[in-house]
Design a binder for this molecule. Structure first.
Ligand SMILES: *Cc1c(COP(=O)(O)O)cnc(C)c1O
Length: 384
């Protein structure tokens, strides 16, 4: 594994940690659909029981560690399982600081489940580092980041926040789903734990739920491993196979989708029915300078606000190409009505306070021909 660390990302994606089956030489790691492994003479070999580890899962766990510069990777049955498992490092009485604009499922987990576990959470506008520092209390133990945030694309300065976290001895965790390991490498910027919903770009085909975590700290890796094995929300072998297959083409898919997102963002920004476009690739994007200092691309997701609420229903009726759904990161374009879909778990008043309006839509650009996508979208907007 260490010998591969020198390869460039496109090569790593294809060869990952294990690029052929050690037992047979097969070009794809087989789906090791076994729950337990023989102990020759009663002695445990490389694998003993599938929850603790198996070759199918090892492949994707090594892949995420290699891609982000971690010492070890961990694969879970969903992005939320990955987030919950990483946050299980916290204890009752601890206080966590998280963004005030974040994935709806994470909001639900932080505000409902952590509250039940007597872990306090403050949701703070992380685009202002001072606000984060002001939120630190004597019992603050961790800082959770998501940048660019979802769905309003607020940018947090990762380096500045890591500096604050270190000053106060806080564990830092980041949801790096939107940027992927190709566009943003949080561990290199000093973040302790990087988390992905691999359901999105890493899987890439809208046919899988998965979560990945990695860390560069061997002590944290040991604790994460212990929690993963004890808690058991591991990724199943078949899903590991799908994820490993998806990861191989991440660069091709993301490059194409990001190009499409750039075109759609620029054209939407000039459309009379559109009030605002949030996309890190636009020249007037407020967080552009900080974003480009910590990420190598704008990503393939954007959001935009309609001028008139009346334009929403006809748009959703008329578009044919995008799937209208929560989620992102697939080869197909996905159009999300954030209010009722991705952020449905957040109460209406809280959404309004966060700045999420019913006229906000999110587009995860796919890899279709962008002219077809634009004709479809423009047709949906025109009839309003
Ligand atoms: C989808 C998503 C999650 C949750 O992942 P699941 O795989 O659906 O559990 C977490 N964070 C972000 C940014 C997401 O987009």
């Amino acid at each position: 594994m260490s010998a591969r660390k020198t390869y460039r990302p496109a090569t790593l994606l294809v060869h990952q940690g294990m690029d052929r089956d050690p037992a047979t030489g097969a070009a794809a790691i087989p789906i090791y659909q076994a729950s337990t492994y023989h102990h020759p003479g009663g002695r445990s070999g490389d694998y003993d029981y599938a929850r603790s580890g198996n070759p199918s899962r090892q492949q994707v766990e090594e892949a995420i560690a290699l891609l982000e510069g971690g010492v070890q990777g961990f694969a879970y049955s969903s992005g939320m399982a990955a987030i919950a498992s990483a946050l299980s490092l916290l204890q009752p009485g601890d206080h966590l600081i998280a963004p005030d604009d974040l994935y709806g499922g994470t909001y639900r987990y932080l505000t409902l489940i952590l509250a039940e576990q007597k872990i306090e959470v403050s949701l703070v506008d992380q685009s202002d580092p001072q606000k984060v520092e002001d939120a630190v209390r004597p019992n603050t133990r961790a800082l959770f980041l998501e940048t660019p945030s979802n769905p309003l694309f607020k940018v947090a300065d990762i380096r500045a926040l890591v500096t604050i976290a270190r000053r106060h001895g806080l564990l830092t965790l980041i949801d790096n789903t939107f940027m992927t390991p190709l566009r943003q490498k949080p561990l290199e910027l000093g973040v302790d734990v990087s988390i992905h919903s691999a359901t999105k770009f890493l899987g890439g085909h809208s046919d899988l739920l998965a979560g990945l975590v990695t860390t560069a700290d061997p002590e944290l890796a040991k604790r994460l491993k212990r929690h993963q094995n004890a808690f058991g929300a591991v990724l199943a072998p078949f899903d590991c196979f799908l994820l490993a297959r998806g990861i191989k083409t991440l660069k091709l898919r993301l490059d194409a989708a990001e190009r499409n997102a750039g075109v759609l963002a620029a054209r939407l920004a000039g459309h009379p029915a559109v009030a605002r476009v949030h996309y890190p690739g636009l020249a007037d994007f407020p967080g552009r300078k900080i974003h480009s200092a910590q990420a190598t691309g704008a990503g393939a997701v954007l959001s935009f606000e309609l001028k008139e609420k009346a334009a929403l229903a006809p748009l959703l009726e008329r578009v044919r190409l995008p799937i209208i759904a929560p989620s992102l990161g697939g080869v197909e374009t996905i159009l999300t009505h954030c209010w009722s879909m991705s952020h449905a778990a957040i109460p209406a008043e809280a959404k309004t306070k966060m700045g999420i309006r019913p006229t906000l839509l999110r587009i995860s650009a796919g890899i279709e021909d962008v002219e077809d996508l634009w004709e479809d979208l423009a047709g949906g907007l025109a009839c309003s």
